[in-house]
Ligand binder design. Sequence first.
Ligand code: KIV
Ligand code: ZN
Length: 390
Amino acid sequence: MSEKKIFIFDTTLRDGEQVPGCKLNTKEKIELALQLEDLGVDIIEAGFPISSPGDFESVNQIAKTIKNATVCGLSRAVQKDIEVAGEALKPAARRRIHTGIGTSDYHIKSKFNSNREDILQRAIQCVKWARNYTDDIEFYAEDAGRTDNDYLAKVVEAVIAAGATTVNIPDTTGYCLPYQYGDKIAYLVNNVPNIDKAVLSCHCHNDLGLATANSIAGIISGARQIECTINGLGERAGNTSLEEVVMIIKQHKHLGFTTSIKSEQLNPISRVVSDVMRMPVQPNKAIVGSNAFSHSSGIHQDGFLKDALTYEIINPEEVGAAGSRIVLTARSGRSALAHRLQKLGYQFNRNDVDVLYEMFLKVADLKKEVQDEDLKEMSAAYKPEAVTAS
Ligand code: KIV
Ligand code: ZN
């Protein structure tokens, strides 16, 4: 079976940078863009050029610097926005304008005080304006997650006819359940006559913790692009995590998808993004959290020490993580203790380990994590003659 390529559209520098406190200057954005290109992303959404002179400059500099990935700029369905995006992107080897408008009744009525027909015409118009600057046009139907499918299909058909080559179906509010988002994509695949002329894109937010699941449901139903960010950064609860979707695609080969991402760079780039955006990664974050490859309970440690595959589905090296870690806590068992003592160079027999384990539990109940220094002290107190190789 030939694998279907999923385009990775990274929006760390746009949706990710919208997070309060995560604003980057032009130099930081260029450095990150270069690392994203090296990681293998297909499209870098570099910013929203009309939003500020600084963002225009960043998009323009990134457009000059990036040679392999497509550089994308966001705009509203407003002629001036599109003009400015076109200008900022002019030097790019490959450029994309990402333009669009809200299509749910919430947006149509509350935000635009308008009606479906008027919004349809504005959607067509913005794609036509964008065509003056590039052939690579992505249209977003904001709040597509809560947009009526019949109307959404009409909009999608019309923007493709107007020249959109990618159509983004954002679940802007993170509202959809995976089956609903998957059904929405399937509905478009089955009901838009010219759907073969464009790539459908998943842009999911994480308000209910479903962004990754929804994006995967989307590609299973026929979408071929995922919009995501490093560490899942983004508005409110964030966007789909790049590292999560990439590793799901890699782990579940039976799905028949592939990406261009060099997975061994996932942890290094996660740290860079966390540092430069001053946004710590939660320790239990999949793939890139500090505990993603830590084993703490006795049952898990015992199984892991017998065969790593019993409790790890990913080899840490595959995602550039430092390695698996056995954490010694009050929940750890004898085998983890014996393993660590051995690593420290001690050669205790089974009875010794039993005695040391009782000592260990007393210390462990007082501390969150028992360190090697604690074990050395315990060993010296128990058997001063025990020597370590180290
Ligand atoms: O979440 C969203 O709908 C967006 C669009 C601007 C693409 O970020
Ligand atoms: Zn978004």
